[in-house]
Write a protein that binds this ligand. Sequence first.
Ligand code: C5P
Length: 231
Amino acid sequence: MTVPTTNKANIAPVITIDGPSGTGKGTIAQMLAKSLDWHLLDSGALYRLVAVGAENKGILYSNINELKKFTLEMDVQFSRLFEGSIELNGEEVSNLIRQESSGELASQVAENPEIRVALSERQLKFRQMPGLVADGRDMGTVIFPDAKQKFFLTASPEERGQRRYKQLINKGLNVNLRALLLDIAARDARDSQRAISPMVPAEDALLIDTTNLSIDQVFEKVLTSSQQALD
Ligand code: C5P
């Protein structure tokens, strides 16, 4: 997929953090953006918003024209993103879009090339001074190929399942670990095998296996490499 280029003069630096869910990349991206005092793009949230918003309006994913119209026109407010609040067309939807089922729906929407293109322009607008930390699946490969520093976080499927399980249980949700592991495997397969912008590490990405690392240990590695890249 080709993303429209912008005027390179005076362009804000970007750090990308890609990888599958359950690797801690969302938390690490937030910590890094806070620490550098940069903007943050949670691109997965955009796919989730399209999926959930369209479903609530009764738009079928197969109705590409309507889905694309909704994607281009949706009003999204990430005003307090660091606290996790997200508004879609004036309604607070952060809990709704964080559900496991919304991730699954997002992954179906994300296979559609027209929706990816429609969302790419919105993602590029997040690139503002003094800089942007972008979290997703294709941030380093497709959306910001000229990023100053790219990371790709991984962890074993079992560890990612356990982490996600604990998160959902802590939120008071009723989850089944076995079903969760199957869902994670299905979503990984769809995300990494899709024809357009599949989830793969950029050639110049730094791979970090977080299976046996704490969030603080991962953050230390990410911060050190980012600071070196920005020097
Ligand atoms: O990161 P998160 O779990 O919120 O992403 C939800 C889904 O959105 C992913 O499983 C993936 O299918 C899609 N996605 C994507 N490209 C991105 C971010 C998310 O295809 N940059």
